[in-house]
Design a protein around this ligand. Sequence first.
Ligand SMILES: CC(C)(COP(=O)(O)OP(=O)(O)OC[C@H]1O[C@@H](n2cnc3c(N)ncnc32)[C@H](O)[C@@H]1OP(=O)(O)O)[C@@H](O)C(=O)NCCC(=O)NCCS
Length: 158
Amino acid sequence: MLSIRPMSPDDLVDILRIERKSFPHPWTREQILDEASRADIARCLVANQGDPPMLCGYIMAWLVADELHITNMAVDPDSRGQGIAGTMLRHLLSDAADEGTSWCVLEVRPSNGTARSLYEKHGFRTIGRRRRYYQDGEDALVMGVELGKNPFRLLTRD
Ligand SMILES: CC(C)(COP(=O)(O)OP(=O)(O)OC[C@H]1O[C@@H](n2cnc3c(N)ncnc32)[C@H](O)[C@@H]1OP(=O)(O)O)[C@@H](O)C(=O)NCCC(=O)NCCS
């Protein structure tokens, strides 16, 4: 059984554990706290699974004006391939659409085929490229989706 809820400060230890397993340059505790603590603009969700519930994934975003910017997302390696990221993404996009948000954008590595496939499946298209965006010099693809026209709105949230 998967449940999605807003992130809380108590989730930090589990988020850091997954972050460190998921990225070559993981965010620090301070970066995550900074990103999530802006109550006015932060839109951060976590996924829990099992009994007792264990945190298995998170998605972080900022909502500025009418644009949602996804800044981070990861699923515990042991829990991947079960639709958890897709479920978190649909919750986030659906909530943002309900708030009247027009656009969602994000950066993704061209080499991250798994994430690109996930985003494309949810209507995102590549709209730009930021040169040498990542610490190791890799470019970022900028992907975006217009929320009002996105077919995810027709899907029931699971
Ligand atoms: C990207 C990530 C969040 C996906 O999480 P997940 O819970 O395994 O993804 P889901 O099970 O919801 O998969 C959704 C879609 O992603 C794609 N996908 C998932 N696993 C994939 C794989 N191994 N290869 C290719 N595509 C894959 C598919 O399109 C899949 O849809 P489908 O199951 O209908 O084929 C996870 O792999 C991760 O944490 N990676 C490391 C961190 C990262 O890259 N974050 C994104 C930064 S932009």
